[in-house]
Design a protein around this ligand. Structure first.
Ligand code: PLP
Length: 403
């Protein structure tokens, strides 16, 4: 029987690709007394987190913080720059790209969903095993000589698959086609774990959330803007009020918000920024890459395929593991949760039951990952999945040899 607090002793292993475990340091910061969000202290906090976020997004331009989950920031991104019926070119990399596409439809836009056609030997869609193919975007934009397409929307780190996309290549494709479309990028699970450069990559709107690389609980999300996006937003006609950038950016200049922000999560954000920027983003990115490599060494030793079929674009944030045909990946996950108090990500959308996801982001280290891999290996064995060898031993060898 599952009860609300079902973790009798020790820490629960929250090994899903977000929400990621929240470090004690951040939990303590969140527990500070709530202060007056119009008072002088608050402005110091507001200005600090806004400036720190600019460093994390690698931008000199405004970043907007919403008291909402990532889905809210998706809607904000579209609502601020689009007008009813606008054509948007989106790219199907997985479940989250599909949800953003569905949202565009519900908002009254005319999204076109590009994808790599077909399935492969695993019988899973090719488009859900590879990153964005920038040349397909370039081809499509070249056909749009009337410039009906107003934005290109892509997901940087597709959390449903563990595949990243080359955002700089998408910018080059848009430029090569000589097309004025805005570039909008979901980096909800990429930010602060994988390298992300809002300005250098020519992104107009970046969308992110708190509960992944920033190591915070869910509840705040972000839009990073470009000057071009801000200009476009002035004449965009989709209804927007709560999401509208103009009033927020104006009040943010003084460190305040036009509504009540989530003060305590902002304390947590301030602490997270101290941790991440204190270590330096390159160090943070390198350690995620290394963890991912260690986890892949385990999956390889088990003899199971990763959901990402292109070695150039493996996610540093999570690894999708495909279970053999006939093995229900969710049954394996359930068993691992029940026996070892370890949560793994479920297969989403078209991947339901075919794979599970191991998160390796945020507040992890080599030993927590090895423990998580032990839980997975025991669960696979108990589920009767034939394994080629020990993934845990392979990962131990990797972590011991790669400092
Ligand atoms: N986009 C990506 C890539 C995600 O990983 C998620 C959530 O996991 C979302 C969008 C939706 O964000 P939220 O669940 O915070 O609303």
């Amino acid at each position: 029987m599952i009860a609300l607090n079902n973790h009798p002793s020790g820490r629960h292993f929250l090994q899903i690709p977000g929400p990621s475990p929240v470090p004690d340091r951040i939990l303590r910061a969140i527990s500070l007394p709530t202060i007056d969000h119009r008072g002088p202290e608050f402005a110091i906090l507001g200005k600090k987190v806004l400036a720190g976020l600019q460093q994390v997004f690698q931008t000199r331009h405004p970043v907007v913080i919403y008291p909402a989950s990532g889905t809210g920031a998706w809607e904000a991104a579209l609502a601020n720059v689009m007008s009813p019926g606008d054509a948007v070119l989106m790219y199907e990399t997985g479940h989250f790209a599909s949800l953003w596409n569905k949202m565009a439809l519900r908002l009254g836009l005319a999204p076109e969903f590009l994808a790599l056609p077909g399935t492969d030997a695993t019988d899973l869609p090719n488009s859900w095993r590879h990153g964005v193919q920038a040349e397909l975007i370039e081809q499509r934009l070249r056909q749009d000589s009337a410039h009906r397409i107003k934005a290109v929307c892509v997901v940087h780190n597709e959390t449903s698959t563990g595949v990243t996309s080359d955002i700089a290549a998408v910018r080059r494709a848009i430029d090569a086609a000589g097309h004025p479309a805005l570039l909008m990028v979901d980096t909800i699970s990429g930010l602060a774990s994988a390298d992300f450069r809002h300005d250098e990559w020519g992104i107009d709107v970046s969308v992110s959330g708190s509960q992944k690389g920033l190591m915070l609980p869910p509840g705040i999300s972000f839009n990073a803007l470009s000057p071009k996006a801000i200009e476009v937003s002035k004449n965009a006609r989709l209804p927007k009020a709560f999401w509208a950038w103009d009033e927020i950016v104006e009040m943010n200049a003084g460190g305040y918000w036009p509504y009540t922000p989530n003060t305590n999560l902002l304390y947590g954000l301030s602490e997270a920024l101290d941790m991440l920027l204190g270590q330096g983003l390159p160090v943070v990115f390198a350690r995620h890459k290394r963890w991912a490599e260690g986890v892949r060494s385990a999956v390889g030793a088990w003899g199971l395929p990763t959901q990402c079929a292109d070695p150039r674009v493996h996610s540093p944030v999570l690894t999708g593991v495909i279970t053999p045909q006939g093995t229900d990946a969710d049954a394996v996950r359930r068993l691992i949760h029940e026996r070892f108090d370890l949560s793994l990500g479920t297969g989403l959308g078209k991947l339901k039951g075919r794979m599970f996801r191991i998160g390796h982001l945020g507040d992890c280290n080599d030993l927590t990952l090895l423990a998580a891999l032990s839980g997975v290996e025991m669960g696979l064995k108990l589920s009767g999945v034939p394994l080629a060898g020990s993934g845990v031993v392979a990962a131990m060898d990797f972590f011991a040899s790669a400092a």
